[in-house]
Ligand binder design. Sequence first.
Ligand SMILES: [Zn+2]
Ligand SMILES: [Zn+2]
Length: 403
Amino acid sequence: MTDAPPTKRKCLGADCDNDAGSLQCPKCLTLGVKDSFFCSQECFKRNWNTHKTLHKQETSIFDRIFPPKAVSKPDPETGYYNPFPNFHYTGALRPVYPLSPRREVPKTIPHPDYAEDGIPKLGRSMVRSNKVELLDAKAQAGMRKVCKLAREVLDIAAAAVRPGVTTDEIDEIVHKACLERNSYPSPLNYNHFPKSVCTSVNEVICHGIPDNRILLDGDIVNLDVTLYHEGYHGDLNETYYVGDKAKADPDTVRVTETARECLELAIKEVKPGTLFREFGNIIEKHAKAKNCSVIRTYVGHGINSVFHCPPNIPHYAKNKAVGECKPGMTFTIEPMIALGKYRDVTWPDNWTSTTVDGKKTAQFEHTLLVTETGVEILTARQANSPGGPVAVPTTEATTNGTN
Ligand SMILES: [Zn+2]
Ligand SMILES: [Zn+2]
């Protein structure tokens, strides 16, 4: 619903009484002017000579107040600002800076090797060789433990999701819950990621940075939690509905539940002998049946004493991933499913990945252990875990409010 322009909006053409269509002046968009809607390409062209004088005003105001490429003006009341005002955002979401100061982890908690300088070192030779590690009983126990703790932390964070809370507040909750479990929040400073959890709202595919934006009724938010505990990483994520509006919107529920189902269907096939490339076929088949697309840029990954290592698990069909499941392997499957196009655009923060058309996207992730007979879901939901499946509302139920 947030993707369509409001129907009462009028065309900006001076000689035109039509309602505006979805065409926005591209120059205005780059200037951060969000209301320049026209009814048609013809009207836009006809009015160009008068309309373009607006750009000069906008540009000169910007040039006077800010040095080139500077940030937008902080809100005088809150101090919040958009750090990339000239960026062509694909949807309605904007970053709300400043980010909170970096959260500290006491030295007594074991840190992964990238914690200081942001550069992961362990496992780089393995990434090159494509060799998948087989974990012995002791390592499997270590994985079991960290994944259980990661589930606890995700559930604590999920319980805080509601309209009005900021993603930075969720980051604080995750950070604190990690420390209480003698664990390092793995995302913190991993390749210089600035926060302890990824929070991905609406059109954000993954790697959203917690900031001062509040969650709104109608949003969906993915929380991607990874802990480092006693030498092992445990990684999982889920997408949550924010408020009742989100649960009442058929498209929002469709993309979220499809992502949840895609992961479940793929996990059913995890057992010795299954080819890694097969998971993408299963996932894309289901996504297509629900009229959704599969993001191709980001993949599932091996995980153990290294955060990201072989194998690669693409989520799209007809991929060329090499290798097969063997007992003792631990890896994630984490399909990202979109309502619109599968292509992605990354914000200038070099992390936040969004859909190219600004339509919603959802994701679910588990860390999995291949056993002799099948699979152990190391990050499995508990009986009291927040979230869980929601039925797609029918048009009738949403209009008369009886459901
Ligand atoms: Zn994750
Ligand atoms: Zn992951």
